[in-house]
Design a protein around this ligand. Structure first.
Ligand code: 4AZ
Length: 273
């Protein structure tokens, strides 16, 4: 557990330094300690339900070497996983494992890959949380089907009200992280509505929001880095967002904020090849 605490602290320092409204650091600590969340953090991937890696083969868990899950990610090529910069900033590749093909983290199975390289978006801003994207290179070729990235041609996937689904093993209504993969459907939020909630913090060029005005459905601590998935008109699923930050979880008008994948498309394609 010493290793887990060290990584948590690294993540916490990075996130705390940057976050004006998000509260990742205290939440991770609270979750790791199995104690009450700190004030201001509503601990829930609220309104969600269990799902499986068979239904979502592209979703992975990021863990410490001793198996503590701290973020999510998305397989975007056999040896490449996309996650959030705030999940990897300040970490060594040797501190991170990628677990694919495992719905229940305690159940074993699937593939655990080591990380050989961490790329962080060159425009990542730890104060503003803009460009919250990072690509991990793995020592193992994963056999799960990768998820396609949304491109600048996929504006319809970002239209207000478009259906999307966020996936992860993060904190649930119970107050602690989930052993089983969960999902929740959340509509994409109009940029002006999100900007009205997050004055001066929401950057529509590099972020997109999703959630309900009344709250109740959201991603939360531990879901960071994981996928927000949209569905194109032809039924194809594409990655539209990376779980990034928010004021608490599932609070009315405080939508979940995601890295806007289409804005990073060229930079990401350059990494993914
Ligand atoms: C986090 O700290 C976090 N409600 C993830 C998602 C949201 C807030 C915080 C969105 O990992």
């Amino acid at each position: 557990m010493a290793e887990a605490r060290r990584v948590l602290r690294l993540i916490g320092v990075a996130a705390a330094a940057l976050t004006t409204v998000g509260i990742a650091a205290t939440a991770y600590t609270a979750n790791a300690d199995q104690s009450s969340p700190s004030s201001g953090v509503q601990p829930m991937i609220i309104g969600g339900e269990e799902t499986t890696v068979e239904e979502n083969p592209f979703v992975v868990a990021l863990t410490t070497p001793d198996g503590f899950q701290f973020c999510g990610g998305t397989i975007v090529a056999p040896t490449k996983v996309l996650t959030a910069a705030h999940c990897t900033d300040g970490q060594a590749a040797s501190d991170i494992r990628v677990v694919a093909g495992r719905t229940s983290l305690s159940a074993g199975g699937g593939t655990t890959a080591n990380v050989t390289d961490i790329w962080i978006h060159p425009d990542w801003d730890a104060d503003k949380l803009t460009h919250d994207a990072s690509v991990l290179t793995l020592d193992t070729s994963l056999t799960e089907a990768p998820l396609a990235l949304a491109s600048p041609d996929d504006a319809d996937l970002y239209a207000a009200g478009a259906n999307s689904t966020v996936l992860g093993w993060g904190v649930t209504e119970s107050g602690s992280a989930s052993d089983t993969l969960r999902k929740v459907d959340v509509p994409v939020t109009a940029d002006d509505a999100c900007a009205a909630s997050y004055t001066d913090s929401f950057d529509a060029a590099t972020m997109v929001c999703a959630g309900l005005e009344e709250g109740g459905k959201d991603s939360c601590q531990g879901d960071s880095g994981g996928p927000l998935v949209g569905v194109a008109a032809d039924g194809t699923r594409k990655l539209i967002g990376i779980v990034s930050w928010g004021q608490g979880c599932a609070e009315p008008k405080f939508y979940g904020v995601y890295g806007r994948v289409s804005a990073f498309y060229d930079a990401l394609q350059g990494q993914i090849g």
